[in-house]
Design a protein around this ligand. Sequence first.
Ligand SMILES: *Cc1c(COP(=O)(O)O)cnc(C)c1O
Length: 366
Amino acid sequence: MTSPSLWHLANPQLKDLVAYEPGKPIEDVARELGLDPSEIIKLASNENPLGPSPAALEAMRDMLSRAHFYPDGGGYHLRNAIAGKFGLARENVILGNGSNEIIEFIGHGFLRPGDEVIAAEHAFVVYTLMATLFGARTIEVPDPGFVHDLDAMAAAVTPRTREVFIANPNNPTGTLVSQEEIDRFMGRVPDHVIVIFDEAYHEFLDNPPDTLKFVREGRNVIVLRTFSKIQGLANLRIGYGLGPVGLIEVLQKTRQPFNANGIAQAGALAGLHDLGHQDRTREITKEGRAYLEKEFAALGLGFVPSHANFVLVKVGDGDAVFNALMRRGIIVRAMRSYKLPEWIRVSVGTMEQNRRFVQELRTLVG
Ligand SMILES: *Cc1c(COP(=O)(O)O)cnc(C)c1O
């Protein structure tokens, strides 16, 4: 515990900063409830139930023997490969210790106390945490039906606005905004605003909107992607941002020299080329998501149709259902911190995991 007097010395905005509440790790639940860890399933953090690609595992094993060397802080090979995949240059790419770290870089680069950051009311919570860290104010724009209202978000821009976050698909809602809505928004947003398209679930989409065209046009846009979700490398902490060269140059100055470790870079590089593993992940996600949504409908539960690898479902008392499921060895996510106390969010698992989850849920809400 920090002694109370130290708060007089600390940056004042930190007092209001509420720590991010992550999905509960399997080991914690096993220890706290006296359960066998091998019988617990975690559907709480939108992880890949197939694990990492075998090619990524092999590349990481090879790199382990080089653990005594500092990594390539410039991320030469991985940034080249990412750039090549999208027809961009290495200078358009920045690596992060997870794409979340890049959200912090953008704050370091552009936010001052009193600035404004715009996000949707039920957007990913890290945006407002990072805004608070830099003393900026988050303007939460209502999202009817849990869909970002880009017209309202454009209308909320003021001279103090520095960042607008568009999570597409959004977490925890799984909703998507269309190309047309994005284009209209980009037609309205002024140049003193950095627009961040957080596309952590991009690879799960059939017809993803094109936001890289704004990067190519040199707009003040950063597209965030990650290896944590479809690539199954969440433990490694590796993600990337794509932006115009000048914007990436600013962000590069804000990072620590070795923010992306070499084992993560090796795994990510191999995983990037393993399209088969991504295809398999997309397939089981679609099958599992359709199954979950069908079962929720059969149980008479409201849910938000999802474009990602999780579903937000209305269960009544979210905390109670979360705790009851946990006692039965199934970890999901309660949504109170998103001001959705009646809801839980469940990640799509293997079909065996999905069935076990539905079976237990039925006994709680049926
Ligand atoms: C999971 C997620 C991320 C990715 O976080 P990493 O730091 O790359 O693990 C980013 N944005 C959203 C909306 C997410 O759900």
